[in-house]
Design a protein around this ligand. Structure first.
Ligand SMILES: Nc1ncnc2c1ncn2[C@@H]1O[C@H](COP(=O)(O)OP(=O)(O)OP(=O)(O)O)[C@@H](O)[C@H]1O
Ligand SMILES: [Mg+2]
Length: 834
């Protein structure tokens, strides 16, 4: 359909779709809906179970595990292979279950923030068309829709009329700047055949959103048949991973290299020093598996899913991209827009002032005439908040003129113009907008301009929003009006608006400061209005700059930001090493929402902003941000402590086992015992997903520095290896003589018990929280298994045996020395942290 439409005129397209510019009748639309099905793209979120499991297999650790399993199978070490495969299956299953759970708890809230479309429909064949809002899912081909700033294009459409229309197509093309679209009559005339459809000016596609202007368009494709749906199957995650995930990834790769190196090294060392051959391969493979934090993907998914589910349930926060939670936990600078975020964006006209600063109702009347005709001629689905306030305050105006043209508002230009017919073959331009921008387009001497700017600044300083109004009389013409006609204007006066502060904003800002997050306000509004709002919200001593000042990267409030300025400042802050969040609700915030590490939108935001954001606050209360940040830090802290504990103890075990293997006439543990021990560790460590980190971890933005991290695990790994080898020494002396040491089953069992006990100790002591909670229980269970398993029937199957009574006492002695050493090193490590 879309390809046919590409080269057809608007009339041909309407005819092919058996519709007209007045839209479909309700009955016809209902009949078509039954035929075409709902206009919903195939949802990427409700992945099937097999798909989820397949995705889990793509994880590097899982891949390495599978490889090791395959190697074991190749040398017919079936036990090892089966245990490894079981590990992979359990890990994939747990992970898929976690994802499923997160999806389910978010689905209901997603509905809540779903968008609507403005459609022209008729009650019957003879009835007049009426514009009404319907769920996007109910659109059918042939429907005529209206688009305004901030709207999502609800299906693939062909433009019938458009004014000043620019759309964001980044989701489809990756191009970040909005592109201009127009309802050209003879498309394809200047484009080569087979040209990129996204470049066609008269076609707009589902998945894009309106940046400026307005349009009326006919739907040509819905649901599965849209370009967006077609692209979804190939498109991958639209954003790079979070900084935290990148750190985890970096650490993972260091480990994977180690894992892949381990088996050959073990083989070579054993061959060189002990003359052992390929029979050590299963042991080598088991040791490599022992090094892996194979539960990492499970812990990450479970932590994120739990955090997202909790946020959805308790604080009505929708996390649209799960890894964004980790970015949120790391955010140290949060940029916000003012209007609609810190204020309610329900402006009410306060006064209308003439050139001399005295009340002048004529100024309000001109402003309202401009608003009325912009609304009519641009066919906007809804007026913006300021225009709505003007119309409400001025009553019925505008109808006394004939409208000629409109150049709708653009936040880059900060003005809007309507043109009406004046007397005797003349046109009157009515321009309103930001005071500086309107005054720059007026014929004024510098002194008068200064005086008027000061007047505007005085009003803004009282916390009011200010619009300047100007007019110009021109000879009538047929050529359409553009932004270039906004010059040589006659200044009329100012209209001021009150806009109440958002409830809870002051408290939310205090909460953010308490979380160690710096707040910057990036607004399109007047510097004085913004400064006053910030002061009223309790932000003291704010430094205010205007976008473009050299100081705009360091100021607390940057006023007169265009959408580009907002994105530029966010990118600059990121480049300076900050993790930046952006909270905004308007179409002028979209580029910044995309540029930030994590984009956040309130539920009341325009559809496009909500669709661009990673996190949506479904409740009015801004305080939910603090909860979301804490949830992100909570999740990151749990993952970091899992990695710390697991890796230090795994590394210690591996070093000790390798050295012991070279010193002893036999292997210190059987491969199957190494794997069994590993399974016990994994089960216990799942508790990390349910842990409550200490308050210290939640007070600051989370950072995970791979170098410091790897230093930590090598330090504690070596300490752990020393403890293991000490046990080995103690056992050798205590069991006295080579005879006793030759009792391999006893030795293996003692080593197994010691490993589980030290692991339990490390879990308990290295975690860093205050109350032990689930970790304490898991550690206790692990220790119990370590003490009881060797003597049990299962222990016998694994080649172990009950320990002589002296053994537990000796182990207790080693642990009694190890615990204070661990505590001391941990304390020293903590002191060195900032
Ligand atoms: N409908 C309109 N007609 C004319 N001028 C407008 C209109 N809406 C806004 N303006 C002017 O353009 C300026 C910039 O608007 P923009 O939407 O970029 O930001 P904002 O709403 O003021 O603030 P924020 O960025 O905090 O949401 C406004 O401060 C106002 O002076
Ligand atoms: Mg806004």
């Amino acid at each position: 359909m879309a390809s046919e439409g590409a080269a057809a005129t608007a009339l041909q397209v309407l005819r092919a779709l058996e519709t007209g510019p007045r839209g479909l009748t309700e009955a016809e639309a209902a009949a078509r809906l039954a035929g075409t099905g709902e206009n919903v793209p195939p949802a990427p979120h409700t992945a099937s179970w097999p798909l989820r499991c397949a995705r889990a297999l793509r994880d590097p650790f899982t891949a390495v595990l599978l490889t090791l399993g395959l190697v074991s199978a190749l040398v017919a070490s079936w036990g090892t292979a089966v245990v490894i495969l079981a590990l992979v299956a359990v890990s994939c299953g747990l992970r898929a279950a976690g994802e499923h759970r997160a999806d389910r708890s978010l689905a209901a809230l997603r509905e809540l923030v779903a968008g609507t479309a403005t459609v022209l429909r008729r009650a019957g064949a003879d009835a007049a068309p009426r514009a009404r809002e319907i769920p996007v899912a109910d659109l059918v081909p042939g429907d005529v829709v209206r688009l305004g700033p901030g709207d999502l294009v609800p299906a693939d459409v062909r433009l019938l009329r458009a004014r000043g229309l620019t759309v964001h197509q980044a989701v489809l093309t990756g191009e970040s700047a909005p592109v201009a679209k127009a309802a050209v009559e003879t498309p394809g005339a200047d484009a080569p055949p087979g040209a990129d459809p996204f470049e066609e000016p008269h076609l707009c596609f589902q998945g894009s959103g309106v940046a400026t202007g307005s349009a009326t368009a006919v739907v040509v494709a819905t649901g599965e048949r849209t370009r967006f749906a077609a692209a979804q199957h190939t498109a991958d995650g639209r954003r790079e991973a979070s900084a935290f995930d990148r750190s985890v990834h970096g650490i993972s790769w260091v480990l994977i290299r180690f894992m892949l190196l381990t088996p050959p090294l073990v083989l070579m060392a054993n061959a060189a020093l002990r003359g052992r051959g390929l029979e050590t391969l299963p042991f080598a493979v088991a040791v490599a598996v022992g090094l892996t934090p194979e539960m990492l993907p499970v812990i990450v998914t479970t932590c994120l899913a739990r955090a997202a589910a909790l946020l959805a349930r308790a604080h009505r926060v929708v996390v649209r991209r799960l890894p964004a939670l980790h970015d949120l936990g790391a955010v140290d600078v949060l940029c916000l827009d003012k209007t609609g975020t810190l204020t309610q964006d329900r402006p009410v006209v306060d006064s209308a002032l003439g050139r001399d600063g005295h009340a002048d109702p004529d100024v309000l009347r001109w402003a309202a005439v401009g608003a009325w005709w912009t609304l009519q001629l641009a066919e906007l689905p809804a007026p913006d908040a300021l225009d709505e306030a003007l119309l409400a305050a001025a009553g019925a105006v505008g109808e006394e003129y004939d409208g000629v043209g409109a150049v709708p508002f653009d936040p880059g230009r900060r003005t809007a113009t309507a043109v009406v017919a004046g007397g005797l073959g003349s046109h009157v331009l009515v321009t309103k907008g930001a005071a500086e921008d309107v005054l720059a387009r007026c014929d004024l001497d510098p002194a008068a301009r200064e005086r008027l700017l000061a007047l505007a600044a005085r009003e803004a300083g009282a916390g009011l929003r200010v619009l300047a109004v100007a007019t110009a009389e021109r000879p009538a013409r047929t050529r359409p009006y553009t932004a270039a006609d906004e010059r040589g204007l006659v200044f009329r006066g100012l209209v001021t608006f009150r806009d109440a502060l958002a409830p809870g904003a002051a408290e939310a800002l205090r909460g953010l400061a308490g979380l160690g997050i710096g707040v910057r306000v990036l607004t399109g509004d007047h510097p004085a209005t913004a400064a006053r709002a910030c002061r009223d919200l309790g932000l003291d001593a704010v430094r205010v700059a205007v976008a473009g000042d050299p100081a705009d990267l360091t100021a607390d409030v940057v006023a007169r930001c265009t959408p580009k300025d907002k994105a530029r400042i966010v990118s600059a802050l990121r480049a300076a090493g900050h993790t930046v969040g952006f909270l905004g609700d308007g179409v002028n915030d979209v580029p910044a929402l995309r540029a930030a590490d994590v984009g956040i939108a309130p539920r009341t935001a325009v559809d496009l902003a909500r669709e661009t954001a990673d996190v949506v606050l479904a409740e009015k209360d801004l305080g939910a941000i603090g909860h979301a940040v804490t949830a992100g830090r909570h999740s990151s802290a749990n993952i970091a402590s899992y990695l710390r504990v697991t890796l230090s103890s795994n590394l210690g075990n591996v070093i000790a086992m390798l050295l012991a293997g070279l010193l002893l006439p036999f292997l210190p543990m059987l491969p199957v015992q190494v794997l069994a021990q590993n399974l016990c560790f994994d089960a216990a460590q799942l508790a990390f997903a349910h842990d409550r980190p200490g308050p210290a971890a939640l007070r600051r933005p989370t950072v995970l520095r791979p170098r410091a991290f790897l230093r930590f695990i090598t330090g504690f790994g070596v300490l752990n290896a020393v403890a293991d080898l000490a046990t080995f020494g103690v056992l050798a002396i205590a069991l006295r003589g080579p005879d006793a040491l030759d009792d391999r089953a006893v030795f293996h069992s003692a080593w197994f018990t010691e490993n589980l006990l030290t692991q339990a100790l490390v879990m308990y002591l290295l975690r860093g929280g205050s109350r032990p909670g689930p970790i304490g229980w898991a550690a206790a269970a692990l220790a119990a298994v370590g003490l009881l398993l060797p003597a049990s029937p299962l222990g016998a199957v694994l080649g172990m045996t009950g320990l002589p009574p002296a053994c537990p006492l000796l182990l207790a002695a080693v642990l009694a020395l190890y615990a204070p050493a661990l505590r001391a090193v941990r304390a020293r490590h903590d002191r060195r942290l900032p």
